[in-house]
Ligand binder design. Structure first.
Ligand code: GLU
Length: 349
């Protein structure tokens, strides 16, 4: 071996060592294709400015309290798996988590019962019907459909262990709070408003009972579910909850392992198929990021291994998805190559 090649071999080994040290120092949770802080800040501001004055859509009003929320509120937060937080707009304004709670109710049910048991009991097929469809409960093979339609979510809430409905609710609230890294609480006005008007969900629970697809008292399960939907979160807190999923179930800010890592792909795959109601197929086609929407105006999008983005803006489209949130997430995803179906999302061009 001549001295030039042995020198270059030595240099190569040194370089490889440096790369290993550098990537370890950057932290195991930093994605190798993570955008720079400056890129995040610039693109976040563009996403905010581009859609700030968009007045398309309208607040949900079938839950009367939601119609009262200021429809101009708009906030965007991104939390990365290495614990960085980027935010702009009304990111500290609490709003009701609504259907996004279904993601974390599913996560707790799987913690307690195991993923396969939950899959057998609830299912994971898209219904192709509105999220609160009563005919779908009759027609779907598991009747519950999937964990992100009302029937599936009420059935999933009925799986949470506890001697009383209160005990189940408190467990859910504690679990959501761990994912958010802070104590969350119930928005009483939203809860009372929905509890006074949720005859459709009560009907769903009785049909589930007819098919033996609800696993606790039907009306009590609807009540636990309604409370879960009425938990208040800010866009900032919701982004932390999403980042916990992006980070293999470990909250990147508190370091707590909240969700078993093996359950995360099940949670995200269900989001991909049914996270945005009847807009889920279009969302997968155009944006390609697992996300979950709520009629309170929030959407959380999870970029596995990278982080999560949460947007709050109350006006909804026909399917029930926040108009500005969809546009802001689609913009950021496109600018930062976050579409998980694109090889560019892992740095391959
Ligand atoms: N609590 C709402 C309901 O049951 C949740 C709807 C949603 O955000 O999709 O109708």
């Amino acid at each position: 071996m001549n001295s030039v090649s042995s020198r270059s071999k030595f240099a190569m080994t040194g370089l490889m060592l440096l790369v290993v040290i550098a990537s370890t120092a950057a932290g195991q949770n930093k994605s190798p294709v993570a955008p720079s802080e400056q890129a995040y800040n610039t693109i976040l501001k563009q996403a905010y400015d581009n859609f700030k004055n968009d007045t398309t859509g309208k607040n949900a009003d079938y839950i009367p309290a939601l119609a009262q929320v200021d429809s101009k509120l708009y906030g965007i937060a991104i939390v990365t798996t290495d614990g960085r937080v980027y935010k702009i707009g009304d990111v500290d304004q609490p709003f009701s988590i609504q259907s996004i709670s279904k993601v974390f109710t599913l996560a707790l049910a799987m913690e307690e019962q195991g993923a396969e048991e939950v899959f057998q009991k609830i299912g994971s097929e898209p219904t192709g019907r509105p999220f609160n469809s009563i005919p779908a409960v009759v027609d779907m093979p598991t009747h519950a459909g999937n964990p992100y339609v009302n029937a599936g979510a009420i059935a999933t809430a009925s799986l949470i262990g506890g001697a009383t409905a209160d005990e189940k609710w408190n467990k859910l609230l504690a679990f959501f709070s761990k994912a958010a890294g802070t104590q969350l609480s119930l928005l009483e006005d939203v809860y009372k408003s929905e509890a006074a008007t949720n005859t459709g969900n009560k009907a769903i629970s009785m049909i589930l009972a007819k098919y033996d697809r609800i696993y606790a008292d039907p009306f009590e399960s609807v009540d636990v579910y309604t409370k879960a939907c009425s938990v208040g979160v800010t866009a900032n807190q919701l982004a932390v909850m999403g980042a916990t999923l992006a980070n293999n179930g470990k909250n990147p800010l508190t370091g707590e392992q909240v969700i078993k890592r093996e359950n995360v792909p099940h949670i995200l795959s269900a989001m991909m198929m049914a996270g945005l109601y009847d807009g889920s197929g279009g969302w997968a086609w155009h944006v390609g990021i697992p996300a979950k929407s709520g009629v309170g105006g929030g959407i959380v999008a999870v970029m596995p291994g990278k982080g999560a983005m949460a947007v709050f803006a109350p006006p909804l489209d026909e399917a029930g998805n926040s108009v500005k949130a969809q546009k802001a997430i689609a913009y950021v995803a496109d600018q930062l190559n976050m579409n998980i179906f694109s090889p560019a999302s892992v740095g391959l061009r």
